[in-house]
Structure formats: C-alpha cells, structure tokens
Design a binder for this molecule. Structure first.
Ligand code: PMP
Length: 365
C-alpha cells in the first residue's frame, strides 16, 4: 500500500535527521516595522540598484558560474588582508557552517561550545552525529572562559565553536579570552563573526596570522545588508581551507550575488555610514530600555539588544505586532527564558518601537 511505501521511504532517512526539528524562523505577518531578524533596515540605494540591473543584463544566465567566484574571493582577500587561497565564499555563512560540520564531524566527534549558542550550530553537530559539550554561561550570560578551557582539556574537541559577538546574547568575547581558547584547543576553532562589524575592535582576525586552527566565518547578511542574496565567507589557513574545499558544495555562489557583493565592496563608505548608524541605534535602544522601570536590557556589541520585561514574551510580542512591530521571542533558549530581542532599525523605527513598548507595558492591548 501507499502507507507502507511511505513508511519505508521515511525509514530511509537517518535517525539523526528524523529526530531533529527544521530550522525555521516562521513566517511572521507582514509588518511595517520589522526588528526580529537582525537584518539591515536599508536596502541598497536606488541608483546603485539600477546600476546593478544593468550589470545583471550582461550576465549569461544560461552558463554556470565558476565553481568558486574568483573575483569576489580576490576582493575579499584584499578586504581582510589574507591570501585568496585561504578564503571560501558561500551561499550564506550558514551553508559554510554546514561545510565545516561535514568536513570535521563524524559519529561521536567531540565539539565544545558555550551556551547560549546560535541554535544552528547545535543542529549541525547533531546532524553529523557529533557529541556536544556545552558550557553554561557565567553570571549575566557572560562567556565562562574557565569553563570552556576545562571542557577543552577534558574532551579534547576536534572542533570548538564560538560566536562573537554572540547571537543570542549580543555579548562579545574579550580578544584575550578568544586567544586563550584558541591556544588551548587541540583541533579547529570556528569563530562566527556575523556581527563583528558592529563591535568595538577588530575581532579575531589577528589570530589568523598565528593560529592555523582558526576559522573565521563572516557574512554579508548583517552589516552589508544583503541577507536576501545569501553570501558569506570562511577564512582560514590555506592548507586547512584546501581540505574544506573537498566538502564544499560546487557552484555555491550565483553570478547575481557575486556581482552585488563586488559592487558593495567598492562602496565601503556606504557600509561604514550604515554601521555607525546601527551602532548608535543599539546604544539608543539600550539606554531607552534601561530607563524603563522593570525592563532589563543586556549590553550588546551586535546590531540587536535582548531584554526582559514583566510581561510574558508572547504577550508582549502580540501587543507589539498589533501596532505593526515585530521583535523576537528568545525563550526557546533555556538560558533566555523571558527574554525578547529587538534589532536596531532606522531611527524612526526604533522610536516607534519604544513608544509601542511603553504602551504595551502599560497594559495597552
Ligand atoms: N551566524 C550567526 C551567529 C547569526 O546570528 C546569523 C544570522 N541569523 C548568521 C550567522 C547569518 O547567516 P547567513 O550568512 O547565512 O545569513
């Protein structure tokens, strides 16, 4: 019967996959003010978009792109001052994280990571059969560096995963602490820097020069405002990266995305101005939230702030959604029960959010 055949078809799927859950943000209602996915609030300026349309016109859509976007890789090599052979460009940094998982994790491979951690990494380790050794946070959700060092000494992980600034907390790890972890790790250390452009300092980039075990993961989705195009890049020692190439999906980056990224890299002033405005927005949101009675925001080096209020997150989200504002419930992370997250938008969006929040807290349904 069809039912039996379906049973058999499903039985062919690996248990690690069947026991999991898909990564879904959900499709939130269309809302005029969208502050729930840490995106950039600005699309590219219209003249630039028109220029890109012209450029798209000249591209042969019927031809495969190169296995790897050479021009973009060279532009990135210049941008971060690293040999092109040590860079993989991918279809979003999330996909490159899967590449690392595929290359490194076998059944039972130990992986150390702090908690709370961007949920995708747990999913990647689990899907590949790895064993997660998670290190709980210290007070105020801080990275427990001593705990990480101890877990590394105890479990000798093939892979340590750090995200700095961290999503979901917004906290950045002190560069000396990152180095201590890197120095102690026996295998590879993947450092996700999706939000590094919003943080003070230069992040973990200097460690690349001294530690061949470091892999930096960056994205065009946040500071560069290209979440809709799917572009990320991974940087590491060329010999390590050459191995990761063997696990990479071919033709990962399409011609349109490459063209847009190249154009944007030629306009650093635009990106820098937007980063400055987002950073100011985050500071403003933090101060406004901290000034409200019973509202507890956490300091952030990313483009978002997490905070707690006396309201249940779902109640707060519903009240804000009625006013056309979307933020995110973070209660899915056990350490973040009761927390919600708002990313910095345009100044007027941030102001509208704070006005709506005050009304929601005052009981305005
Ligand atoms: N890493 C982290 C920690 C993130 O929070 C995000 C955004 N959700 C990303 C990476 C972005 O991934 P991508 O480059 O695939 O858009």
């Amino acid at each position: 019967s069809v039912a039996d055949a379906l049973e058999q078809a499903l039985a062919a799927i690996r248990p690690a996959v069947r026991q999991g859950k898909p990564y879904v943000v959900g499709t939130p209602p269309e809302a005029p003010i969208k502050l729930n996915q840490n995106e950039s609030p600005w699309d590219l300026p219209e003249p630039l978009k028109r220029e890109l349309l012209e450029a798209f016109f000249a591209l042969p859509f019927n031809r495969y792109p190169a296995e790897h976007p050479e021009r973009l890789r060279r532009a990135l090599a210049e941008y971060i001052d690293w040999p092109p052979e040590g860079i993989i460009v991918g279809n979003g940094s999330n996909e490159l994280a899967f590449t690392v998982g595929l290359a490194v994790i076998d059944d039972g491979t130990p992986v150390v990571m702090p908690r709370p951690m961007f949920s995708l990494y747990e999913m990647i380790v689990r899907l590949h059969g790895g064993r997660i050794h998670a290190v709980a946070p210290g007070p105020d959700l801080q990275f427990d560096v001593a705990g990480l060092l101890q877990a590394i000494a105890q479990h000798r992980p093939a892979l340590v995963i750090l995200t700095s600034p961290n999503n979901p907390t917004g906290l950045a790890m002190d560069p000396r602490d990152i180095e201590a972890v890197v120095a102690a790790a026996p295998g590879l250390v993947l450092i996700d820097e999706a939000y590094v452009e919003f943080a003070d300092g230069v992040g973990a980039r200097p460690l690349l020069d001294r530690y061949p075990r470091v892999l930096l993961l960056r994205t065009f989705s946040k500071a560069f405002g290209l979440a809709g195009l799917r572009l990320g890049y991974l940087v590491g020692h060329p010999a390590v990266v050459q191995e990761l190439y063997k696990a990479r999906i071919p033709f990962m980056v399409d011609r349109l995305a490459e063209t847009v990224a190249l154009t944007l890299l030629r306009h650093p002033e635009l990106v820098q101005a937007r980063i400055a405005e987002i950073k100011a927005g985050v500071q403003w949101l933090y101060r406004e939230l901290a000034a409200l009675p019973d509202v507890e925001p956490r300091p952030s080096q990313a483009n978002f702030v997490i905070f707690r209020t006396p309201l249940e997150p779902d109640v707060l989200l519903a009240r804000l959604a009625k006013k056309g504002i979307l933020i995110r419930n973070m209660s899915g992370y056990p350490e973040l029960r009761g927390y919600v997250r708002v990313n910095a938008g345009r100044a007027e969006e941030n102001r509208a959010f704070v006005v709506a929040l005050k009304k929601a807290l005052a009981g305005d349904e």
